[in-house]
Design a protein. Sequence first.
Lengths: 422, 148
Amino acid sequence: MSAAAPASRSLSDPSPGDPSLHDPSVGDPIDVEAVRRDFPILHQRVHGKPLVYLDNAASSQRPRAVIEAISRYYEHDHANVHRGVHALSQRATDAYEGARESVRRFINARETKEIVYVRGTTEAINLVAQSYARPRLKPGDEILISALEHHANIVPWQLVCEQTGATLKVIPITPAGEVDFPAYERLIGPRTRLLALAHVSNALGTIVPVEKFIAVAKRHGVPVLLDGAQAVPHAVIDVQALDCDFYCFSGHKMLGPTGIGVLYGRRALLEAMPPWQGGGDMILTVTFEKTTYNQLPWKFEAGTPHISGAIGLGAAITYLEGIGMARIAQRERELLDHATARMTQVPGLRIIGTSAHKAAVVSFALEGIHPHDIGTILDTEGVAIRTGHHCAMPVMDYFKVPALEEIDRLIDALDHTRAVLG
Amino acid sequence: MDLKDLYRDVIVDHNRNPRNYGRLAPADAQAEGHNPLCGDRLTVYVSLDDERIREVRFEGSGCAISVASASLLTEAVKGKSKAEVHALFDVVHALLTQQDANIDAAQLGKLAALSGVREFPARVKCASLCWHTLNAALERAGEPVTTE
């Protein structure tokens, strides 16, 4: 889809053969050191040790290009958008809407009317739950999600079920951390009103083969929302090829700012949905008797938006496209293979989530040692990881953890953990 | 910031072999404590003679700091009155949170091993969870408390 991506490859289509060999079709390997130099925050020591940032699944860091785009906007171009006739307002509007076109191109939406700016994936899902689902749901209707969803793809549906009397159904997962497809085929039925599914699991790294889930949903006439927060940074996403109805993602997980995200929605669905927040910018005319709503996508963007966030997101997309999503995916496979191989050798370490199709996220448990202790001890070694409730530790995710040597630093720090608490 | 300040031998020992671990039945009161941030979850049981703690036990799961702190707590509060427990908690809380606290180490005994926690602010809740839970057990049986 994108001219900048040398090869188009979806998440569900990993390259066959030995993944340690570089696939020539994706272009030259990434210059890891050059990429690392682009991230100012990585050039620091934590507790006296060079920082190893492995918490990208929670939030990625920003390249200088993104930081500078935001600074440049505030230093030269800031004004409110869609309002003034003066030069600054025009420049701000052009930059804000230009970023929307970048987003459209990045996920291959048909038109920018289908790209709604939101605060992040969470707000995108809440918007669909309240504006699409709530007016349609009746008691006895069903929303279908899976057992590996992030809280953001669970709680909004629980809320709307409470509001409407609908029922939330959960597709179970297998011990490997895959969504149970036969169970899904049994659960979907005439009462199903929406399927809401993660594209990539944030906790386990599982790549859900959403294409075959969507094909079944289409046969039942069920619209599909994908939570793409963990998928968008890792591979080429094409919402037309996926044939999904809604696709949600966040800027901060893909090198962009916090507080900005995207709801992609099929135009016909978005047009039929009522606004979910009222205010400025989402209206055409207002009288006390009658208000006419603005066109898409502004109908869903009440109030002064996160202009600098959108501009930063556009800069992040330009940066990612400059490297090429296919090369990023290739590099991530190398990192995942190296991490899996090294971590499997750590005594007492169990990797959680062993699907054959995984993004570069590794969760693990260390026998007899609580994740909180591991997190503290690794931190003193300068290694930043995520420690979570269910021993779920999305360890590393992404080429911004560029060096294989950084995985080795993690392994050394884990050995140290065992020495301290063993 | 030295890891050995946090994971002292006493802490590592009490994590590996927690004292007074397991259910107390019958108990005069019990309370459940939960730290939703990291999933630490423990139950503290107490039996009283008049106003004094005759028996105290705990069970649950958590990180090394929370388990060791609960284990040390059970040793420290046995035989103490409610008022003495509250006074001791005030001292432990100062130990966990104040850099320049003027603390009588003799009063704390083995609990002084928790002093390294104050260098790791993210872990203070781990060490204090059992104390909040004991307070809840002493004040009112049953209702869960959290660190939030």
